[in-house]
Design a binder for this molecule. Structure first.
Ligand code: FMN
Length: 310
């Protein structure tokens, strides 16, 4: 997820039960690779595997080049983004805009698969619009081109995030192909996870927004699927400890100025269900130093023993 799943967040999600955490997307155009932002995104130092890197673009050869570049930097899986509805991505015919051009989808998949010795996975939506729901065809094309796994967000590109995700198309894709299929969209509780697995018969689940400020959702879901029982919700102190671990990883990855800034949105997500969160969030927003940010977070969540960075 762009702006969210940096190495700091991925590592925490993995620690709390996610089997796979995909990087933020990397633009396929090499002219953008030398920015500080891209270098940070492509840095997998100390990241436990499997390291999956998402690439976005529309030119098969540029995507192939991006895939090779990321494998050289440590990617063990390459994921192609054909699911993003963002204007910035779609107006250059990348992301979910590609779903309209099935021949191009095939050329992209074949070029990237041929370019790298690692598995290539594909992220799609159900189609360009509800009227043009061609995800089953796309899935077949992807499988024939050597794609190793598909993740399907149960919305069309035109839906953006409006309305509820539909799972029938994911179920139809699962019936139509042999490669593993991950179901995605609106999964926010262990019970919903079980329901979506039952409805789609998917091989796995992908969770996006429900993990924001709640990375332990992966552990909760895995436990429920394995045992049928729900885990007790973590105490405020436990949440505070995870958040402080997250903050420390952000400071390390980005340095103080940017780290504190990026941390603010995460702090807001973590504290959303807590009493007094709005006033707290406004006060956090005014702080620029990591020691101050850490200290107020530790106090708010009742984890004061951890207010000093290790
Ligand atoms: C802030 C944000 C950033 C996202 N960035 C990406 C991205 O870079 N690549 C991608 O494939 N999907 C991206 N998505 C879509 C999610 O991966 C996911 O498909 C979508 O949010 C639906 O799943 P959910 O209901 O579990 O959130 C993003 C979603 C959000 C909310």
């Amino acid at each position: 997820m762009a702006g969210v799943t940096d190495r700091a967040f991925r590592n925490l999600c993995r620690k709390l039960g996610a089997g796979l955490a995909v990087s933020e997307m990397t633009i396929s155009d090499a002219r953008f690779w030398n920015t500080e932002k891209s270098r940070t995104r492509m840095d997998h130092h100390n990241e436990p595997g499997p390291i999956s890197v998402q690439i976005a673009g529309s030119d098969p050869q540029l995507l192939a080049q991006a895939a090779r570049h990321n494998v050289a930097l440590g990617a063990q899986i390459i994921d192609i983004n054909m699911g993003c509805p963002a204007k910035k991505v779609c107006k250059v015919d990348a992301g979910s805009a590609l779903l309209r051009d099935e021949a191009l989808v095939e050329r992209i998949c074949r070029a990237v698969v041929a370019a790298v010795p690692v598995p290539v996975t594909l992220k799609i939506r159900t189609g360009w619009s509800r009227a043009e729901r061609n995800a089953v065809t796309i899935a077949g094309i992807a499988q024939d081109a050597g794609i190793a796994m598909l993740a399907v967000h149960g919305r069309a590109r035109d839906d953006h995030f409006v309305g509820a995700a539909e799972y029938e198309t994911i179920a139809a894709i699962k019936q139509a192909v042999k490669i593993p299929v991950l179901a995605n969209g609106d999964i926010d509780t262990p019970q919903k996870a079980r329901q979506v697995l039952a409805e789609t018969q998917a091989d796995g689940l992908m969770i996006g927004r429900a993990a924001l400020g709640r990375p332990w959702i992966f552990r909760d879901i895995a436990h429920y699927l394995a045992t049928g029982t729900t885990l007790a919700q973590p105490s405020s102190t436990q949440v505070g400890n995870w958040l402080l671990e997250h903050l420390d990883a952000l400071y390390e990855l980005y340095g103080e100025v940017q780290g504190v800034r990026i941390a603010r949105k995460h702090i807001q997500w973590y504290c959303v269900d807590h009493a007094g969160s709005e006033a707290f969030w406004h006060s956090v927003n005014r702080l620029d130093r990591m020691a101050e940010q850490r200290a107020v977070v530790a106090e708010f969540f009742g984890a004061p023993e951890l207010s000093i960075a290790a």
